[in-house]
Design a protein. Structure first.
Length: 60
């Protein structure tokens, strides 16, 4: 995998956290079982995985 600067990873982590927050605010507005709701749930899960991996790389 390519090497990333610490600053790049920290910025990516902030962007991911912001996107997760926005997704979580929208989630109650979507009806469970709809394709939009399912997509949002999967997106939040993927972003949480990405966040965890970045934190691991940063040693947090």
């Amino acid at each position: 995998m390519d090497e990333f600067k610490k600053e790049d990873l920290e910025e990516a982590l902030r962007a991911i956290a912001s996107t997760i927050s926005k997704c979580e605010k929208v989630q109650p507005k979507l009806k469970p079982g709809t394709s939009g709701h399912t997509l949002l749930i999967r997106r939040i899960k993927a972003l949480n995985i990405a966040s965890t991996l970045i934190k691991r790389e940063l040693g947090l």
